[in-house]
Design a protein. Structure first.
Lengths: 73, 124
């Protein structure tokens, strides 16, 4: 359960920070897929990776906003 | 071949960084927590350590503090990996003489660039 300032539980800021590790794997492996170092992608696959990348970037921005909001609380 | 030790409790992050660094020609070793990292470095000192801060058990900062207090590892190149971007954490990293600081989520390309930059500064 997410709590606000409860020393016995994970607080909002901690959970927001913990989201950064899974985000690291998603962003990192997408970069590897997109640059073709794990094997070449065709145009359709590259377009799909591009859509995922744009949306992950957006999710990253939102995560930064959540972290900033949590820090202010 | 330069040897990098990756210390992170997240196996996917360890695998990601291992994959990228091995493709760049590095020898890679991994440790799942601070305790394992201390043992690994005691056995054989790597050329550089990528050290996560928030881990169960001994934190990355405490591991770094231990290394900096011992002659054999006082100058061991260490790049901290962290989920926390706050300046307080950055200050702590540099207070304990971390060589650099990378905030998650990071680009593997950028990580390789930073690893090479730190290694180039090391007089060996």
């Amino acid at each position: 359960m997410i709590t606000h300032g409860d020393p016995g539980g994970r607080d909002f800021a901690t959970v927001a920070h913990e989201m950064r590790s899974p985000m690291t794997s998603v962003i990192g492996y997408l970069e590897i897929l997109g640059e073709g170092s794990s094997g070449p992608l065709n145009a359709e696959q590259l377009a799909i990776v591009d859509v995922i990348s744009r949306n992950v970037d957006r999710a990253h921005e939102l995560l930064d906003e959540i972290v900033a909001m949590a820090s202010e609380q | 071949m330069k040897c990098v030790l990756i210390v992170d409790d997240d196996s996917d992050v360890r695998d990601l960084v291992t994959y990228k660094l091995e493709r760049e020609g590095f020898e890679v070793r991994t440790a799942v927590d601070g305790e394992a990292a201390l043992e690994d470095v005691q056995e054989r000192t790597p050329d550089l350590v990528l050290l996560d801060i928030m881990m169960p058990g001994i934190s990355g900062l405490d591991v770094l503090k231990r290394w900096r207090g011992e002659a054999a590892t006082a100058r061991l190149p260490v790049i901290m990996l962290t989920a926390r971007a706050q300046e307080a954490d950055v200050d702590l990293g540099f207070e304990f003489k971390a060589d650099d600081y990378i905030v998650k989520p990071f680009s593997p390309r950028e990580l390789v660039r930073r690893v090479n930059a730190v290694l180039m500064r090391v007089p060996r």
